[in-house]
Design a protein. Sequence first.
Length: 174
Amino acid sequence: MSPDGKWVLIGKTYVDQRDKPQLLYINTQTKKKINLTYLKGIHQNLLFNDLVAGRDNEVLKVVDLKSEPSILTFENIRKYDTKASNNRNLLITLQENSTLSIKEIKSNVQSIKTTLSIDQVHNYFLNPAKTRLVYQLADENNTIGVINLNDYKNSSLTTLNGFIEKIYLYSYFY
């Protein structure tokens, strides 16, 4: 179910396998059905304001279900995550050119704002509560940084020499 309770995700399969399985997003109020079978990973990326994110082959798509649906696409994305809390949608992407971006999507896909961008990022991890983002720079020190996703405070550590997983576990309990 979406964070605001407006949409529910349903998988539809057929016993006789005459048709391919479908992934339907159904509006809980209007009962409108939208087939999102082509998007991968949407079960983890249900957002506020009728938005959902997922991959269609190599392209990341953010779909606004209110309007026909309209789609915002991102290419060359190596990794992505979303966070939906307090009626706020965040899209976290790591591009092929090693740029980490945190974008805030307001009420539709046309209203998107980049709130933070960091270059030369090798990898990142998001803690299970989605409150901290831990990233590792691709510099000679393998600098580790931690971003608080509530206020975007960014702190870096240089003495751990690449133990990003340990910092990730620490940030889970922080």
